[in-house]
Ligand binder design. Structure first.
Ligand code: ATP
Ligand code: MG
Ligand code: MG
Length: 467
């Protein structure tokens, strides 16, 4: 069984000024950051030789969308390569700021909330077959997505009492450590709007592939992950759920009666025992749901009929999933404390609370939280944990470095990467999107790579050979 998946990550930008210097805002930082990108590709929206897309959308959150992968290891490596590329751009921006006499220090964070409290995303994309009943799929998947944060949330200081309707205000007088801040900005299970009434699953039907055969599932509820182990469990568990559904597993179809309420309740319960009501009136808990899914996913991994592309990683996903459930049940997290984002963040916060900070809403805790997500090598906490061996990494530095230039070999990204590299080297004017390759200075039509699994394409090869 095979599946395509890709991960979009938006980053946050900040600048700390020198004592006597000017402080610049995110938009100006973004302009500095994208200067080399614009020089390279004459646009702030480019596809790179590794098959990925690097761009600056509205607002000032640089985004990296990985190339299409059909192997979990490739995805982890491509995503890390994106971090590496951002760090390279950050270094150049830092130098340019110094040259321009602005100085200070620029920072980049891989989190999901900016200083003004706006939420931004990490989108997971999964190829599904058009023959699948989309409504059934989302009904079965929603309880999984509502509860998955117990395994892979980034951890966040959130109001103890959330707002349950969009016109309510959360009560920020009492704060607590919860699993995810992203849960509080989800207002629907499924919809095609991504901004105001943000849904857990985006229903926009834009397959980036042969629309008769495929559909792209666009999940927007997840937190960005610092740990590659957390990423592996986040994406790996979702892929296995889709495998189960596509293979016709009889997962109970009665969804949750109040998904928008439940996602907030789950975020506030570190024990996984909060009671969730199903549409048929029965009840369950996050631990109950995730334990049931884990058992089914384990069977699919043992049968080899999964689409993670790598049996060892598939077994690792099941193993970490199992250890995490046991940890939550026993509240002894020592077996997962180098692998799961929220567990690692909580340990850091608890240590500060023991060292005399009494209030979890203290600005120093807030700064610690931001530092956890800072990917800047000089100031980031997570990179330090990894370097010290206190956070497990599934992606060797050399693999991430290589993926900055080399696309996944087993999807159409390989063709796109080759085209971009060759067209750029030949100084040709070209346009690329997820499906198309085109030379603008030729009257020929765009080549359409409609099959994301295909690594060869005669027309594309002719186009590349002619460069
Ligand atoms: P937006 O940024 O507005 O959400 P978008 O969802 O089209 O737009 P992009 O930022 O362009 O997103 O990223 C698309 C992601 O989908 C990439 O990570 C890419 O690898 C992945 N992808 C491309 N084609 C497919 C496909 N056929 N099935 C699943 N994933 C795909
Ligand atoms: Mg995007
Ligand atoms: Mg998207």
């Amino acid at each position: 069984m095979a599946r395509i998946y890709g991960l979009e990550t938006e980053y946050g930008l900040a600048h700390t000024a020198d004592p006597d210097g000017r402080r610049i805002g995110p938009e100006e930082i973004a302009r500095y950051l994208f200067r080399p990108v614009v020089e390279w590709g004459r646009s702030s929206n480019v596809f790179l030789p590794n098959g990925s897309r690097l761009y600056l959308d509205v607002g000032s959150h640089p985004e990296y969308a990985t190339a299409e992968c059909d192997d979990l290891g490739d995805l982890l490596s491509q995503d890390r390569a994106g971090e590496g590329l951002m760090i390279d751009l950050l270094d150049k921006a830092q130098t340019a700021l110094e040259v321009d006499g602005i100085g200070g220090r620029v920072h980049m964070v891989k989190n999901n909330t900016d200083a003004a409290g706006n939420s931004y995303g990490s989108h997971e994309n999964f190829l599904i077959r058009r023959t699948l009943d989309f409504n059934r799929l989302t009904t079965v998947l929603l309880p999984f997505l509502v509860s998955r944060q117990l395994l892979v949330g980034a951890g966040a200081v959130i109001p103890r009492r959330s707002a349950f309707t969009p016109d309510e205000e959360a009560d920020r007088s009492e704060m607590m450590f919860g699993l995810s801040a992203r849960s509080d900005v989800m207002w629907e299970g499924l919809s095609s709007a991504t901004t105001r009434s943000r849904p857990i699953i985006n229903a926009r039907d834009e397959p980036h592939a042969d629309a008769e055969k495929y559909r792209r599932l666009h999940v927007i509820v997840g937190d960005s992950s610092m740990s590659t182990a957390t990423s592996a469990l986040k994406i790996g568990s979702a892929v296995l759920m889709l495998d189960l559904i596509e293979q016709g597993a009889r997962i109970p179809e009665n969804g949750l009666r109040h998904p928008v309420r439940d996602i907030r309740l789950v975020a506030r319960d570190l024990t996984g025992r909060v009671v969730l009501e199903r549409t048929d009136g029965t009840t369950t808990t996050p631990l109950g749901l995730l334990g049931d899914y884990r058992d089914r996913a384990q069977r699919i991994v043992e049968s080899g009929e999964h689409s993670l592309g790598d049996d060892d990683l598939a077994h690792y996903v099941i193993d970490l999933w199992t250890r995490m459930l046991t940890a939550v049940e026993s509240q002894d997290f020592s077996t997962v404390d180098t692998e799961i984002d929220w567990v690692m963040k909580r340990t850091l916060i608890e240590r500060s609370l023991q060292r005399g900070i009494t209030d979890i809403a203290d600005p120093r805790i807030h700064r610690l939280d931001i530092a956890f997500h800072d990917i800047t090598p000089a100031t980031g906490l997570f990179p330090k944990l990894e370097a010290a061996g206190m956070a497990k990494s599934l992606v060797p530095a050399e693999a991430a470095e290589r993926s900055k230039d080399v696309p996944p070999a087993s999807t159409r990204a390989a063709i796109r990467g080759e085209f971009v590299r060759a067209a750029h080297a030949a100084r040709r004017d070209y346009t690329v999107d997820w499906v198309h390759l085109r030379l603008n200075d030729e009257s020929g039509r765009a080549v359409a790579l409609k099959d994301p699994f295909a690594t060869t394409h005669p027309q594309a090869e002719t186009l590349i050979a002619g460069l």
